[in-house]
Design a protein around this ligand. Structure first.
Ligand code: AR6
Length: 181
């Protein structure tokens, strides 16, 4: 799938960009993965990242799991990016939507915040996010987009230069484009 730049704005020193396409094809320092708490891979964007990145990513996830247990919802861990065009994959676990809007929203905000903090500690300059939880975890897309954009805009960074929201479906692309306007 061709990946194209849709729109950009500058937030602090950070540029925010929206792209439509496959996150595994975009070159950045860190790619964020919408993982599950097992860290052992799955479908959707998680499946694509492990498939393209190769077994090094799974091996690194298993090592982290053996050391510190499962990854809790809202938390983030970093591994090698294997064969992906990146230095790191940051795996975060989004909430499964269950109509508890307040709790789910906080956990989704934590995913973005903790991923950005971890990226900052790894000296990452460019980072890409998928639309976490909006696939099989069924988080309402509009609300998820608003939370994602708010967290990125309020994150004060000394190092991050660019955040790319990679939208896979038309609906998310429309939502993010509107949010950026
Ligand atoms: N590039 C960018 N975005 C993608 C790609 C891709 N290659 N593939 C899918 N998306 P989902 P979740 C979008 O279901 O809802 C996994 O099995 C997709 O259109 O991947 O957080 C994990 O192991 C959607 O907008 O993640 C967990 O068990 C967004 O990525 C569970 O799914 C997220 O969809 C996590 O569910």
């Amino acid at each position: 799938m061709k990946t194209e730049t849709k729109n950009t704005i500058n937030s602090n020193i950070m540029q925010i960009e929206i792209r439509k396409g496959n996150i595994t094809k975009i070159k950045v320092d860190a790619i964020v993965n919408a993982a599950n708490s097992s860290l052992l891979g799955g479908g959707g964007v998680d499946g694509a990242i492990h498939r393209v990145g190769g077994k090094q990513i799974l091996e690194a996830c298993i090592e982290i799991r053996n050391r510190q247990g499962k990854c809790k919802t809202g938390e983030a861990i970093a591994t090698t990016a294997g064969n992906l065009p990146a230095k790191f994959v940051i795996h975060t676990v989004g909430p499964i939507w269950n109509n508890n809007e307040e709790k789910c929203s906080k956990l989704l905000a934590d995913c973005y915040k903790n991923s950005l903090k971890l990226a900052e500690s790894l000296d990452v300059k460019t980072i890409s996010f998928p639309n976490i939880s909006t696939g099989v975890y069924r988080f309402p897309k509009e609300l998820a987009g608003k939370i994602a954009m708010d967290e990125v805009k309020k994150f004060h960074s000394e190092r991050l230069e660019k955040v790319i929201f990679v939208c896979f479906d038309d609906e998310n692309e429309e939502i993010y484009t509107k949010l950026l306007e």
